[in-house]
Write a protein that binds this ligand. Structure first.
Ligand code: GLN
Length: 487
């Protein structure tokens, strides 16, 4: 019944709502697919054993004459850093082994209110720190287009789940690119909404002023469907913004006449693979022009400081946020303890992986007396300058088109011993987080080796709909997003 790549979430929800399809059948079909494919991908680290029961409850609700919500029966994978009541949630870290939160993240409640079917937790870099999904306590995730390669990170499991047809929708979190970069490397769509658009309540904090939850999907309409359910004000998140939410499914534009799309010359030169550059020029810019868009060069002069500012802010906030994992309150405690200090030191030393420890050390250093002004404070000033660049650019354009990642998916292990190389994977994505702006990555073609290439639109604040509309019209005029991995 289901073609895993062609059946959209919109279609599943519509048919389950009308009673044409049974949520139980949909669930079983995807569970069989996961059973068959997940071993070679490691995208899901946990599949709930009550999925069929939950699906039955959705069917029963309908059979009892109650209307179903907008995500009726749609299987959804959740990144392992979003709390689900009484379900293991570990941010793929040993330090949270055995941790079952006593409450749901707001996004989980919202999905359940709309009768979405959460099927399990997806793999990720430990505490969302990474660009390759190699730092997970549960092992690396494999890219379905070439299983010797990384899927990107940190939401690699959620990207692969959609790319490989294990689920039509998933959620990721994006602190510096962790939704958009793996989406690009796995050939799917991934969106980071504006900071404050989706509640962070119940998201295990990495860098609180940068983190944002967003959807992975194959089709822009499916991303819109999920965003419709999870976006909106939440009084449990003090950074949540109380403004009206549009219906993201109203993707009605049929032409780009009058639209102005900015391109950043410096983003298209040094450091970018020439294959990605030509693919974006030929497959995206030309299509946008043919649909009537005007392409305008804009400048983001401070973006060259983005990586440096990002890794200062992110590690500083992480060092504070991860202070709560002390061997007492949550999850893992070392067995090698004899006093309070050894509980802290040994639980943290044994519970955190090397990348997380590196970042806690970096962040603690940059916040320390004598260095704070020099590093953290300066980074926050750079952040403002980056935002000012965007404010100027958006006076002249409706959206900005850039690459998502400087390279296609690289081989596993290739950058593990060189953190700076790894950090540069985020060069085109971190500025959105530093400035709070929304970004969407979508597939726009393939390399000679058959690896997906992503392009990114950045929008003005709360212009998620603009981004979804742009990708939607692009999808109608190209077929790259329909190419799927051969697994
Ligand atoms: N790769 C970046 C980092 O390691 C971004 C991670 C993220 O967005 N969570 O910090």
């Amino acid at each position: 019944m289901i073609d895993f790549y062609k059946t959209s979430a919109v279609e599943i929800a519509k048919n389950v709502k009308s009673g044409e399809w049974k949520a139980v059948d949909i669930a079983q079909t995807y569970l069989d697919r996961i059973n068959d494919k997940n071993k070679s991908l490691n995208a899901f680290i946990r599949i709930y054993d009550d999925v069929i029961e939950s699906a039955q409850a959705i069917d029963d609700k309908r059979n009892n004459g109650k209307p179903l919500g907008n995500l009726a029966g749609v299987p959804i994978g959740i990144k392992d850093n979003m709390c689900e009541k009484n379900r293991l949630t570990t941010a793929c870290s040993k330090i949270l082994s055995g941790y079952k939160p006593p409450y749901n993240a707001t996004v989980i409640d919202k999905i359940e209110q709309q009768d979405g079917l959460i099927i399990g937790k997806t793999n990720m870099d430990e505490f969302a720190m990474g660009s390759s999904n190699e730092t997970s306590f549960y092992g690396a995730v494999n890219n379905p287009f070439d299983t010797d390669r990384i899927p990107g990170g940190s939401s690699g499991g959620s990207a692969v789940a959609v790319s490989a047809g294990l689920t039509p929708l998933s959620l990721g979190s994006d602190t510096g690119g962790s939704i958009r970069q793996p989406a690009a490397l796995c050939g799917v769509l991934g969106m980071k909404p504006t900071y404050g658009r989706v509640s962070r309540y119940g998201l295990m904090a990495y860098s609180s002023s940068l983190d944002q939850i967003g959807p992975f999907a194959r089709y822009s309409e499916d991303a819109a469907l999920l965003l419709n359910s999870i976006a909106g004000y939440d009084n449990k998140d003090s950074s949540s913004v109380d403004i009206e939410k549009p219906d993201y499914l109203e993707n009605k534009i049929t032409s780009l006449k009058g639209k102005k799309i900015g391109i950043v010359r410096s983003f298209m030169d040094e450091g970018l693979s020439t294959e990605i550059k030509t693919t974006i020029e030929n497959n995206v810019i030309d299509v946008l022009k043919s649909l009537g868009a005007e392409i305008i060069e804009v400048e983001l002069p401070h973006s060259k400081f983005g990586i440096a500012a990002y890794y200062l802010v992110a590690t500083a906030e992480a060092s504070s946020n991860l202070g709560r994992y002390d061997g007492i309150h949550y999850g893992f405690r070392s067995e090698n303890i004899n006093d309070l200090e050894s509980i802290y030191v040994n639980s943290r030393s044994e519970g955190f992986g090397p990348e997380v420890i590196r970042r806690i050390l970096l962040g603690t250093f940059s916040l320390s007396a004598g260095y704070y002004e020099e590093y953290y404070n300066k980074a926050t000033k750079v952040r403002r300058l980056i935002l000012n660049d965007y404010i100027s650019a958006f006076k002249n354009v409706d959206a900005i088109l850039t690459p998502t990642s400087p390279t296609c998916a690289f081989k596993k292990g290739e950058k593990s011993s060189n953190p700076i190389e790894m950090y540069l994977s985020d060069i085109y994505t971190v500025c959105n987080n530093l400035s709070g702006l929304p970004g969407i990555s979508f597939n726009c073609g393939f390399s000679k080796e058959g690896l997906p290439i992503g392009a990114q639109f950045t929008g003005n604040v709360f212009e998620e709909n603009e981004l979804l509309q742009l990708v939607n019209i692009f999808e109608k005029n190209s077929s790259h997003h329909l190419t799927t991995p051969n697994i």
